[in-house]
Design a binder for this molecule. Structure first.
Ligand SMILES: Nc1nc2c(ncn2[C@@H]2O[C@@H]3COP(=O)(O)O[C@H]4[C@@H](O)[C@H](n5cnc6c(=O)[nH]c(N)nc65)O[C@@H]4COP(=O)(O)O[C@H]3[C@H]2O)c(=O)[nH]1
Length: 726
């Protein structure tokens, strides 16, 4: 049987088949009568038939019409008919040829079959027999065509699926019953760097990551049938190392068991598995990054608040079941703000990373150290045997931060204040425990920096007080609850009072006097320091101008960083002095070292402008911050005020303040005035005098006093000076 020639659509797997072939018959016979009777017979059966008396006539018809079958009469070795058959085979291969021959021997039929006929009928024939042969041939042609169509459809569908499989970004595979690859799609090259040729015949475990082999073995050996035949699995495969890609590829794998068909409901023999593996590595990595970021502090890599809460929730649930205790430690770094403000954020950030590293070293497995932002860390100790365990960890943390940190060539000393709350004693819920550890930490900060303390109900009162201060401060100016006190600064050489430092006092209507050390930080946090600072300067200028005999006296005022950071700060100072008539040339502005921080250029600019107007600038609490000498040289500074903690360190029998000596020597080198703060004893006075400290201030001379007392003091000062040697 002849093959049906290729259709024009064969290369396009998505096109439908085009197999509709003609069933028309062409009968070629020299005998017109025979042709006539054939025509009658055919039309009676509904078979379309054309007739031709000569091969040439037949060729002409074949040129215009599509035939399925040609009935060619031949006589012995008649070359004309045989030539037509041959011609048909060459030019109309789809036309089946039946030879009609009267030759009683085999010769003519054999020759006809050789030259292109597919069948022969011997003459004379019974019309019925001829028609039956024609119909059989037509039926055979139809079946053949159907067969061809199915074959082509299969071929096309296979081509389509091959196209899909080969072009799919997913890895498609087939395993035999032993787990060896019998097929692997091209995408393995991209996924694993191994071509399908190298994979076929290999066991699947060759590409599975060692850690996942057990689970892979289990899942591939699981025999499931019916709707459970498919299973999904996440697996890690090992790619050929090389390139920038991660050689461990995570895939989402779908596997389907292949079973032999059976007549019964029972599954047939297990033949293998086929499935798809989708590369989800990048998605998994992105998911894990998002998850990590949502639960960690990115600077230190420590858990963040969200993760801490999660772990604390678990620890508390466990503790409730076991009747055990859980400790929450709130850690706040002492002096970190100073470092961060004066040396910049990059030093601050690195310092926090080092702190996190040291603190991590103090923990057991199972403890959680979290950073909640800024310089605050929280430690969760689940299932502690007793309070002592929390104390030991707190002591360890304090000890771990004792040694100096070397960051960007700075030797930095930090401390840590720790508040501890224990479940169930100090609270039963997460929120209460965290709050109480925080309260305890604030208590430590106020009372005993660098130590730890357990929460105590009395501490809550302090928090209430803090809130009261905040609320009270908002009305204090309007209610005229502030007043100014003054403390003299004495020239060591002449014994004269050269300046008065204005210090603020607040008389709270219910709480009584509240120290500036307590409320100034709150005023700074709330921004209220701006109107309060303006009020103080205005009041002090006005008061001092009224003092008799104080025309030569300078006025020193403290400045908060917030005030100096105000864009119109210079203008404000100018206006206040202008309005009150106080000469700018008698004003000393005291700033702390930490103020020389972020926007140095703008601070320098403002201070220079004021300095040109006669204002002098002093660095207050000198020695407690981290001011670099280059800063000091850039700023128009006139005075260094040595912090009182260094002065108070000057005591009988102790190595007398080498730091004070250094500061004084440095100030002299920089041609700056030095004021020693907090001078309380004669010993301190004499010691400082020996070091040629220019000016002093402290209880030894006078406590801060109100304006009236200041006037009295100024009046009586020469007398006292004689009595004390000043
Ligand atoms: N133990 C001891 N203390 C002495 C001695 N001599 C003076 N003092 C105290 O030391 C503080 C010196 O002021 P400061 O270093 O500027 O430190 C000040 C200053 O930083 C801030 N402050 C006070 N008034 C103002 C203000 O009007 N504006 C701003 N921004 N801050 C202020 O509050 C801090 C505390 O002020 P005060 O409580 O008035 O405390 C004052 C003063 O009363 C002494 O011999 N021994």
């Amino acid at each position: 049987m002849k093959a049906i020639p290729p259709t024009p659509n064969e290369d396009d797997p998505l096109q439908p088949p085009a197999y509709e072939r003609s069933e028309r018959i062409l009968a070629v016979d020299r005998h017109p009568r025979l042709l006539e009777s054939l025509d009658l017979l055919a039309s009676a059966r509904g078979i379309p038939l054309d007739t031709a008396e000569t091969p040439d006539e037949a060729r002409a018809l074949l040129a215009d019409t599509d035939y399925g079958l040609a009935l060619v009469e031949m006589q012995g070795g008649d070359e004309t008919s045989l030539g037509l058959m041959e011609w048909l085979r060459e030019h109309h291969g789809a036309v089946d040829v039946i030879a009609l021959t009267a030759d009683p021997t085999c010769k003519a039929p054999i020759e006809a079959l050789r030259r292109g006929a597919s069948e022969f009928i011997r003459k004379p024939y019974a019309p019925e027999a001829l028609l039956a042969t024609l119909e059989n041939t037509l039926e055979r042609r139809r079946l053949h065509r159907q067969n061809e169509q199915i074959r082509h459809r299969l071929k096309r569908s296979e081509r389509l699926y091959r196209f899909i499989v080969e072009n799919s970004p997913d890895f498609i595979y087939v395993l035999d019953a032993q787990g060896r690859f019998t097929f692997a799609s091209r995408s393995t090259e991209k996924l694993l760097g191994i071509g399908p040729e190298a994979l076929v015949g290999e066991h699947f475990q060759r590409v599975v990551l060692a850690e996942d082999r057990e689970v892979a073995e289990f899942r591939f050996n699981e025999r499931r049938t019916g709707h459970r035949a498919t299973h999904n699995l996440e697996l890690r495969l090992c790619a050929q190392p090389g390139g920038a890609r991660n050689p461990v590829r995570t895939v989402d794998l779908t596997a389907m068991g292949i079973y032999a068909d059976t007549d019964s409901d029972q599954p047939g023999q297990y033949l293998g598995t086929y499935g798809i593996a989708r590369d989800v590595t990048e998605r998994k990595q992105a998911e894990s990054i998002v998850h990590y970021q949502a639960h960690h502090d990115l600077l230190t890599g420590l858990p963040n608040r969200a993760l801490l809460k999660d772990r604390l929730g678990q620890a508390l649930a466990q503790a409730r079941r076991d009747n055990s205790e859980v400790a929450v430690l709130f850690l706040d770094l002492d002096r970190f703000k100073v470092v961060n403000d004066s040396l910049g954020h990059s030093v601050g950030d690195e310092l926090l990373q080092r702190v996190a590293h040291r603190l991590r070293g103090c923990l057991r497995e199972g403890d959680t150290l979290a950073r909640l932002g800024g310089d605050e860390f929280t430690l969760l100790l689940p299932a502690i045997p007793d309070r002592r365990a929390a104390e030991r960890v707190a002591e360890k943390c304090i000890g771990a931060l004792e040694a100096p940190f070397l960051v960007h060539d700075h030797r930095l000393f930090l401390g840590v204040s720790i508040g501890i709350a224990v479940y169930p004693e100090h609270g039963e819920t997460q929120e209460v425990l965290i709050k109480h550890a925080d309260v305890a930490m604030y208590h430590v900060k106020d009372e005993h920096k660098g130590h730890y303390s357990f929460f105590d109900a009395a501490m809550s009162n302090r928090i209430d007080r803090h809130l009261n201060i905040e609320t009270g401060l908002r009305q204090a100016l309007d209610n005229q609850e502030f007043r100014v006190v003054y403390q003299p600064q004495v020239d060591v050489e002449t014994g004269a009072i050269t300046a008065m430092e204005a210090l603020i006092r607040w008389q709270h209507p219910e709480a009584g006097e509240i120290s500036p050390g307590e409320f100034i930080p709150v005023a700074e946090q709330t921004g209220l320091i701006i109107p309060i600072g303006d009020w103080l300067l205005h009041t002090a200028c006005e008061e001092m101008l009224r003092w008799p005999g104080a025309e030569h006296l300078r006025l020193a005022v403290n400045l908060s960083p917030l005030q100096l950071n105000q864009r119109d700060f210079v203008q404000r100072v100018g206006e206040i002095c202008g309005n009150t008539g106080f000469p700018l040339s008698r004003l000393d502005l005291e700033i702390t070292e930490n103020l020389l921080m972020r926007d140095v250029d703008s601070v320098v600019e403002k201070l220079r402008t004021l300095s040109r107007l006669g204002v002098t600038v002093a660095i207050d609490d000198f020695g407690t911050g981290y001011s670099s000498l280059s800063y000091l040289q850039r700023l128009p500074i006139h005075t260094l005020k040595i912090d009182q903690s260094f002065i108070q360190a000057i005591r009988e029998g102790q190595d007398e303040g080498t730091l004070v000596e250094t500061i004084i020597a440095m100030a002299q080198g920089l041609d700056l005035r030095v004021v020693a703060e907090g001078v309380e004893t004669e010993r301190q006075l004499n010691y400082l005098r020996r070091l040629k400290c220019g000016y002093m201030q402290g209880y030894y001379f006078s406590r801060p006093i109100n304006g009236r007392d200041a006037v009295n003091l100024l009046g009586s000062w020469p007398r006292e000076r004689e009595a004390t040697g000043y």
